[in-house]
Design a protein around this ligand. Structure first.
Ligand SMILES: C[S@@+](CC[C@H](N)C(=O)[O-])C[C@H]1O[C@@H](n2cnc3c(N)ncnc32)[C@H](O)[C@@H]1O
Length: 268
């Protein structure tokens, strides 16, 4: 058994792992992920004490990101995948990308725990550096199509940090895709007031809150010439929110204030 010894934002990788593993271990789970289950079982950590009962939100998010990536790889099998803040995500074991070049960018402590379970190689590179430190971009070849993902990452940055990172990526990787999830302003405020998710776990602050209906306009102001922009809301795979979620989202005043996923392609 491995004791993760994580705190602060890196500890949140255990929250998403918990939710993905809960779904992967469910007999009707929407995600099949033996590597995720192996890591989950090998960690000496009281997941339920910290995060409560697993829910399907992060499995659904991963499945959604997987699908977008498969679409990209179908067009560009030799493309470059850059997973920012990847933590203990096991996407590379779920998505076939034998000819692709994969990068995992996370903080040094996070990469260290990832490497207890997942080894880098020539085709799957790990870089222990903040995503905000643009030196990681130097390692990325500039002659191949690029798809970047930021699952559960950008909300931990300030609005200015998100803007600077997005502008840098657009300048450095013209024509690249990026997919990311986002939380609304009210939820960001809640975390900044100290969101006690369970009696034993307070989430880190999530300073970047943006309402669903403002993401496209904001990104178009930051980086001109975005070629494609898409969005979706979170959908829960089971439980009461599987049914209530779509009803809430259909209400005009709820749509802007729900979390979402956006993906877009920068100008060439
Ligand atoms: C909520 S977890 C998400 C992990 C993974 N993407 C997933 O969905 O399971 C947030 C991740 O962001 C990473 N992170 C936090 N700050 C970061 C930074 N400045 N640069 C890169 N990664 C960061 C954390 O270490 C952690 O792995």
């Amino acid at each position: 058994m491995h004791v993760p010894n994580l705190t602060g934002i890196p500890e949140t990788m255990l929250w998403t792992l918990h939710n993905r593993a809960g779904e992967a271990l469910h007999e009707n789970g929407i995600i099949r992920d033996p590597k995720c289950c192996e890591i989950y079982k090998a960690l000496d950590y009281d997941f339920e004490r910290s995060f409560g009962k697993a829910d399907g939100s992060h499995a659904m998010r991963s499945c959604f990101f997987d699908e977008r990536l498969r679409e990209f790889l179908a067009r560009h099998p030799d493309g470059v995948i850059i997973n920012l803040g990847e933590g203990l995500e096991t996407q590379r074991f779920r998505v076939v990308g034998d000819e692709a070049l994969w990068f995992s960018i996370d903080l040094p402590d996070a990469i260290a725990i990832r490497e207890r379970f997942i080894q880098p190689d020539e085709q799957h590179r790990h870089i222990g550096i903040s995503a905000l430190d643009t030196r990681w971009m130097d390692a990325v070849p500039n002659d191949r199509p690029i798809y970047m993902t930021a699952q559960g990452l950008l909300m931990y940055f300030t609005p200015n940090e998100v803007k600077d990172l997005v502008v840098a990526m657009a300048e450095r990787f013209p024509g690249a895709w990026i997919a990311f999830d986002h939380i609304p302003e009210w939820l960001s405020r809640k975390t900044q007031g100290g969101w006690q998710k369970t009696p034993h776990y307070r989430t880190p602050e999530m300073p970047w809150g943006i309402n669903f209906t403002e993401v496209e306009q904001t990104f178009r102001q930051w980086v001109p010439g975005i070629q494609a922009f898409h969005q979706t809301h979170f959908k829960m795979p089971r439980g009461i929110w599987r049914y209530l979620g779509p009803i809430f989202i259909a209400l005009p005043f709820m749509r802007p204030i729900a979390p979402g996923i956006s993906w877009l392609q920068f100008a060439d």
